[in-house]
Design a protein around this ligand. Structure first.
Ligand code: MG
Length: 266
């Protein structure tokens, strides 16, 4: 299933994204209630996908991020964010950094170097702590696409990453949550980032240093994850700067594309 959150007129709701087998058109079928809190029930209402505005598919209490999880990205970050470590590097992005799949990314005037980081994101299904590796699949609701936007100069200057990673709009996610993928399938997907249509990152989740069960097990060893929390899994090599006016798109195979224009923050 593909589960989206959307706005149509004054209303906000969740829906299943469906493709009409005859026309190939995509529709959104409205759901009753919240898909993370109960059964998936359709209301019978349907709209063309092009007639609604997609929002971030969840509103997480926190976005937990794994850093330095692709060896080729660790290599390109030498001297900027330090060496790789045996245990995963974990940091947080505030819930207020989350934006929708086509929302603008606001470039803050205080930074001269705002980078894209295309990533696979995991959406958590239930409250969980101390999840053993072999139970990781039980706490995964589905997968989505994220851009871990980073003010690279502030990341270096501040020594820790809260400001650099935490600006409003620095975590676009979407376009929807895809359920039904096994962990093995999720660990073999292409991750591609383009800027104004030019490919800048091209990796595969099979290149993870820490695998999905390892990430979930490590994070929940010290932090409770709640339904709808989002776990970003790290970015492949090729990170680079974004200028005001550019359009950055992140695609994860089988999951879809988010595409966000960079605008100056007033
Ligand atoms: Mg990242």
């Amino acid at each position: 299933m593909r589960i989206a959150r959307f706005a149509a007129g004054d209303e906000v709701g969740f829906g299943l994204v469906e493709t009409d087998t005859d026309s190939g058109d995509e529709y959104i079928a409205r759901l009753n209630g919240h898909p993370l809190l109960g059964d998936i029930k359709l209301t019978g209402e349907r709209a063309k996908l092009t007639d609604v505005r997609l929002l971030s598919p969840v509103l997480p209490t926190k976005v937990v991020c794994i850093g330095k999880n692709y060896a080729d990205h660790v290599a390109e970050m030498q001297g900027i964010t330090g060496e790789s470590t045996e245990e995963p590097v974990v940091f947080l992005k505030p819930s207020t950094s989350v934006a929708g799949p086509t929302d603008p990314i606001f470039h803050p005037a205080v930074s001269e170097r705002v980078d894209f980081e295309g990533e696979l994101a995991i959406v958590i299904s239930r409250p969980c702590r101390e999840v053993p590796r072999e139970r990781a699949a039980d706490v995964i609701f589905g997968y989505t696409v994220a851009n871990d936007v980073t003010a690279r100069d502030l990341q270096q200057k501040d020594k820790q990453w809260t400001r650099a990673k935490g600006f409003d709009s620095f975590c676009p996610i979407g376009p929807w949550i895809t359920t039904g993928l096994s962990i093995d399938e999720a660990q073999d997907l292409a991750v591609t980032t383009t800027v104004d249509g030019e490919v800048r990152q091209s990796g595969r989740t099979s290149q993870f240093i820490h695998d999905i069960p390892g990430m979930i097990s490590y994070v929940t060893s010290f932090m409770t994850l709640l339904p709808g929390d989002v776990l970003l899994t790290g970015t492949p090599a090729g990170v680079g700067p974004l200028r005001v006016g550019q359009e950055v798109a992140v695609t994860v195979e089988r999951l879809g594309t988010i595409s966000n224009r960079v605008v100056a923050r007033d």
